[in-house]
Ligand binder design. Structure first.
Ligand code: ZN
Length: 344
């Protein structure tokens, strides 16, 4: 099969286009003919060997965890799915047998892995994945839009719905509207009846965010985020801060919270160190939460909302698979809104 793979970690040029053997299919897996695969920061980190991903590769590695395509073949134990079904793939795999998995908290499984990082992913014509990771698609949903959904919506749904228990009427500050997870969070917060304030570094991204449901936008290159949040909330602050950036926005995030407010973070693209004034935390009764990926139930609920056309994948740009290096460079440049998708 045609594939884009790496044999060593490094700059975008280590991405190599060529022939690899078709993946092996285990009895409980399905072979997906990949039609689209979206990029995530994880792809860039794994390619570069940074942020805890550094390792010697003993065989070619195919990146990419956000996969959409058609079922090509099914393993002997697979009953629910047949060849030809259009699907997207949950990027997180777990053992299915441990107490965490059996209580519906599969993102706490100690065997949790992400497709395209520690096992082969979707930058190829075929990918084999556990049958329990596959969700059928509505007929009208394009593969490119479907590929824009899994990781970001899984993560954002878990954060907002499961962890932060978002309620109607709450005000939410979504940091980084242009990121995949930010654009997902705006739509999910809207679906749950929240008022949304969001941030971006350019006005065109803020306009896009408003089309997705944001009520107000703050250009962080021109305005102080916490000051503007206070103005927009009559001095109160927000109930919830949704963040995937970390260090560079930390002070603004904390200063934007109202007493009793919650902060939730799923990523540190802007750095991972922060200092916390604990006196401020206890007197204002603030809650700080970390969140990673999401559960099978989360993505199942996301797909129900997608089927009802209440959520949509946000495709920033589409590249042919052969242009994966260019897509990685674009990802590092940040001048896009939503997801970068490879067409396979
Ligand atoms: Zn498990």
């Amino acid at each position: 099969m045609k594939a884009m793979y790496i044999t060593k970690q490094g700059p975008p040029e280590v991405l190599t286009y060529g022939e690899l053997p078709e993946p092996e299919l285990k009895p409980d897996e399905v072979l997906v003919r990949v039609r689209a695969c979206a990029l995530n920061h994880l792809d860039v980190y794994t390619r570069a060997g940074v942020r805890g991903t550094k390792r010697e590769l003993t065989k070619p590695l195919v990146l990419g965890c956000d996969i959409a395509g058609e079922v090509a073949r099914v393993g002997s134990l697979v009953r629910y799915l047949q060849p030809g079904v259009r699907v997207l793939v949950n990027p997180g795999t777990s053992c299915g047998q441990c107490p965490a998995c059996l209580t519906g908290r599969d993102n706490f499984c100690r065997f949790y892995e992400t497709i395209g990082s520690t096992r082969d992913g979707g930058y190829a014509e075929y990918a084999s994945v556990p049958a329990t990771n596959v969700h059928p698609l509505p007929d009208w949903l394009s593969f490119e839009e479907a590929a824009a959904i899994p990781l970001c919506y899984l993560t954002a749904w878990h954060m907002l719905v499961r962890r932060a228990a978002i309620r109607p009427g709450e005000t939410v500050l979504v940091q980084a509207a242009g990121s995949g997870v930010g654009s997902a969070a705006i739509q999910i917060a809207k679906l749950f009846g929240s008022r949304i304030i969001t941030t971006a570094g350019t006005d065109w991204k803020l306009e896009k965010a408003k089309e997705l449901g944001a009520d107000a936008g703050i250009n962080y290159n021109r305005e102080n985020v916490a000051d503007r949040v206070k103005e927009l909330t009559q001095g109160e602050g927000v109930d919830l801060v949704f963040d995937s950036v970390g260090e560079t926005v930390w002070e603004g995030s904390v200063a934007s919270l109202k007493p009793g407010g919650r902060f939730i973070n799923c990523g540190v693209t802007g750095g991972y160190k922060a200092s916390l004034h604990m006196g401020n935390m206890f007197t204002r009764q603030l809650t700080f939460m970390g969140s990673r990926m999401g559960t099978r139930r989360d993505l199942t609920e996301v797909m129900e909302a997608v089927a009802q056309k209440k959520l949509r994948g946000v495709v920033g740009r589409v590249f042919d698979l052969q242009k994966a290096a260019e897509a990685h460079t674009t990802m590092e440049g940040r001048d896009f809104f939503g997801k970068l998708v490879l067409r396979v």
